[in-house]
Structure formats: structure tokens, C-alpha cells
Design a protein around this ligand. Structure first.
Ligand code: R5P
Length: 297
């Protein structure tokens, strides 16, 4: 019978350790050294031949760096005879699953081909930006949803008055619907247009009356915070009181957190797919539940 190990990659030390504990699997003995010029190298402390390894490495910014670490670890382990299953809690470049303008690279497709070439045999991720992107992978790929624990956390920990759940754009609708089902509240959809060249966004709420009510904006990720800030502005105009932003992947690039608080967001809640000051929800439980169905261990 195959021997299983979890490798907690450098970007996902805590997530990997929690996952290993949930699955009752030992952690792989491996360490990474970073040189002054920021190049890295891995050293493995055990025989890899015939091991099955869950390589846990989230590819949040800087994505080129977190991906490179994943590629290096997977390639070495594969060459030494291990079978590598990548667990990528946040799948970087997933917003580039198609070309929006002529001449653009479909970067997620390139990532998928590199993952294949460094020996990754299966990918498990959490709330991929768009399921369309999964068609670019030639190995099995599955996206686990962390929306239910996110909704349960907000319900249990954030005091809200008659809240309305808000999908800030069309892509967020299925996730907000799932959040609403777990939370037990109604949801509304906003319409967002993004300029494909400048990236500037324009959000519309339609006729919305929320006097005296609270609101939760639900999205897969918060990156610069532009989407949540625009939605918050509309919610305030509609009379909403407390505004909470809930996302699976809190990338919070640059001064995003401060920008959102300034824009009037009262609380931000995210999961630990990306470590941050708002990563309050543990997404390892749904990931472990899925991995157990693959009859691991
Ligand atoms: C877009 O379709 C995504 O679901 C998010 O709404 C968006 O990527 C968030 O980015 P930002 O925080 O920069 O607006």
C-alpha cells in the first residue's frame, strides 16, 4: 500500500499542517532555503520513491514566486519516484482562464501545462474563480467550496440586523446563492462592468431600499478592494447600516484593507487559503472531506 505524506509548502505551512492533522497523515521532511538574491532551493530529508505526496502550496501574490516554489518541489519529488497531488488553496492566475482581448495570453492554461510537466498528477483547489478555467487542465482538477464555513462563521460571529447578501457582479451570483442558503437570508445581485483595457469598474445596484438593514458582500476574492468599495458605496446610498465583506481568498493587495475601512466597510472576513489579518475561517475542513473521498490514506 502507498505511503502518504503531506508537504506543507512554504506559502501554506499552517494550512498544510492543519490538513495533515485532519487527514491523520505525517508531514514530509522538507525545508526551503532562500538565498540573498531571493532564489530558493529545497532539501528533502527522506526517501521519496513510491511515496504519494499531497503538496500543499497556495499561489497567492507574488504568484510567480509561490508557483516557482511549487514547480521546484514537485519536479524533484517526481524525479525521485514520488507521485505528486497538488493542493493549491488559492489558484493564482485563475482570473486569466481565457483571453478577453485579442493577443492576450491565457496564463492559466500555461500554468496547467507547466504543472503537468513538473509531474503534478492531480490538482485540488478551493473556490476557483471560474469553473471554465478547469477545462485548461489535462489532469483531474477539483474545486472545493469553502462558502458554507464562511457563511456559518459570519452567522455565528457577526451581529447583523435583517441582513441582505450581495453578489457584487454576475460571477459572484452562484457563490452568494450558496452563502444565502447556508446563512438563511435573501440575496441581491449588482451589475459590474470592467473596462478590459484600464481595468476600471462601474457597478450598478438598480432600485434598492435597505434603510435600517445590514449587508454582507460575498465574493471569491478581494484583491485591490475596488469591487467591494464600489458595492459599499451603493449600499450606503441605499441606506444600509453595517456592511461586511466576506470572501474566500483575502489577497488584500497593498493598502486594500485600509482602503476598504475608509470606504465604510465595517468588517472583512476571509478564509485561510491566503494568510492575512482577516483569515478567520478554516478552509481545511472541506478540503480534507473531499480528499478523503479519493480514498487517500
Ligand atoms: C472578479 O470577477 C472577482 O470575482 C472579484 O470581484 C475581483 O477580482 C476582486 O478584485 P478587486 O478586489 O481588485 O476588485
Amino acid at each position: 500500500m502507498a505511503k502518504w505524506r503531506v508537504m506543507a509548502g512554504p506559502s501554506s505551512q499552517e494550512f498544510g499542517e492543519k490538513l495533515a492533522e485532519r487527514l491523520g497523515m505525517p508531514l514530509l521532511a522538507a525545508s526551503m532555503k532562500e538565498f540573498p538574491d531571493k532564489e530558493v532551493k529545497f532539501t528533502f530529508g527522506e526517501q521519496l520513491a513510491s511515496l504519494e505526496v499531497l503538496l500543499v502550496q497556495s499561489t497567492y501574490p507574488p504568484a510567480d514566486r509561490t508557483y516557482m516554489q511549487l514547480f521546484l518541489a514537485s519536479d524533484y519529488m517526481t524525479h525521485e519516484g514520488a507521485k505528486v497531488h497538488a493542493v493549491i488553496p488559492y489558484l493564482g492566475y485563475s482570473r486569466q482562464g481565457k483571453a478577453f482581448l485579442p493577443g492576450e495570453t491565457v496564463t492559466l492554461g500555461i500554468i496547467a501545462r507547466i504543472l503537468r510537466s513538473v509531474g503534478v498528477t492531480r490538482v485540488t483547489t478551493v473556490d476557483i474563480h471560474s469553473s471554465e478555467g478547469m477545462t485548461l487542465f489535462s489532469m483531474p482538477i477539483y474545486s472545493v467550496s469553502a462558502i458554507s464555513p464562511l457563511a456559518e462563521y459570519v452567522k455565528a460571529n457577526v451581529q447583523l440586523n435583517d441582513p441582505v447578501l450581495v453578489a457584487p457582479d454576475a460571477g459572484a451570483v452562484p457563490r452568494t446563492e450558496a452563502f444565502a442558503a447556508s446563512y438563511g437570508a435573501e440575496f441581491v445581485k449588482f451589475a459590474k462592468k470592467r473596462d478590459k483595457v484600464t481595468g476600471e469598474i462601474d457597478v450598478e445596484a438598480g432600485d434598492l431600499q435597505l434603510k435600517g438593514r445590514d449587508a454582507v458582500i460575498v465574493d471569491d476574492m478581494i484583491s485591490t478592494g475596488g469591487t467591494v468599495a464600489a458595492a459599499t458605496n451603493l449600499l450606503r446610498k441605499a441606506g444600509a447600516e453595517k456592511i461586511v465583506a466576506a470572501c474566500v481568498h483575502p489577497l488584500l493587495v497593498g493598502d486594500c484593507y485600509e482602503k476598504l475601512i475608509e470606504a465604510g466597510v465595517d468588517e472583512i472576513v476571509g478564509t485561510n487559503t491566503v494568510p492575512s489579518r482577516v483569515s478567520k475561517v478554516d478552509a481545511t475542513e472541506p478540503v480534507a472531506r473531499y480528499l478523503r473521498t479519493l480514498a487517500l490514506g
